[in-house]
Design a protein around this ligand. Sequence first.
Ligand code: PLP
Length: 358
Amino acid sequence: MSNQSAVHQWRGVIEEYRPLLDIPDGTPAISLGEGGTPLVHSEWLSGLTGGEVWLKIEGNNPTGSFKDRGMTAAISVAVFEGAKACVCASTGNTSASMAAYAAKAGLTPIVLVPEGKIAPSKLAQALVHGAKVIQVRGNFDDCLKLSRGLADTYPVALVNSVNPVRLEGQKTAAFEVVDRLGDAPDYHLMPIGNAGNMSAYWLGYQQYAASGRATKKPVMRAFQAEGAAPLVLGHPVDYPETKATAIRIGNPASWKLAETARDESGGRFAALSDQRILAAQAELARRDGVFVEPASAAGVAGMLSELEAGESYAGATVVITVTGHGLKDTGTALEFFGDIPHVVIDSEIESAAAAAGL
Ligand SMILES: *Cc1c(COP(=O)(O)O)cnc(C)c1O
């Protein structure tokens, strides 16, 4: 049988983009086939804006969020450097991703999460991949302090996005956008929490503009939840609160990098109520067929609230990153949905038709 295939098989972000990544020569590629995610045209948002709006669907990554792009890079470099264990603080998705890539690499994953504040599916992911999951009485920011402390003192690799290798992996999402559209978009909208991802996109867009692969760079707009909006307020928030747990962060590690991305791109940060974020999550699922977790809907919610405020995207090309899969947090989605319809019939065509309203 021939190995030749007419269709290109995606090899994961390290093998696809290795010459463009600042990682040591000879780094192995510990990959689960991450990246290469769909850029889906949104008829709904394009119609609303009179622009061309595209969704970068990061929930299609192997563990269901964009974190896999950074994790393939961080774990690969950790293996290259001889690590036997790795540690991260997490609101859920980083731990799910780290645990999977550590399992693949044969490293011991150690996860620090805020007690009771992570979605059960994400906890399940970390556990099934064999992570030591330690719940901390405190928030994400406390967990990150502990992780840094452990990595400073003990032989474990820190793979949070304060590790610059994470951003090297995550910037490939910007490469994919440009490779697909043929140029950078005019605007890029996304959720922001610890601020690594926005910083990584900006790295990627800058690199492609510098090398001539793109003729321009997008205006970057990033959205927080009102109860966890340090970047909007301009100061850390001691007790961040939001149902969008993936962006429940009071003191973003990549604060300065994200501010630079905002300023250099002529962009901005804004905050949204949980109600608005959850409404956008539901509407995106119903109109575009794309189910994302609550935090992931912040970019869409941001666009809707800007339109309400009179902002125009007419004639512009816009990419909105939706960061993680809806199946990550069905609890919050069902809670927002309210009463789950409970229709029970006898097994008869007439009853089924009547119940379906046919
Ligand atoms: C991590 C995460 C974010 C926030 O990204 P940062 O790099 O921390 O700003 C947003 N959405 C989801 C689903 C995430 O997992």
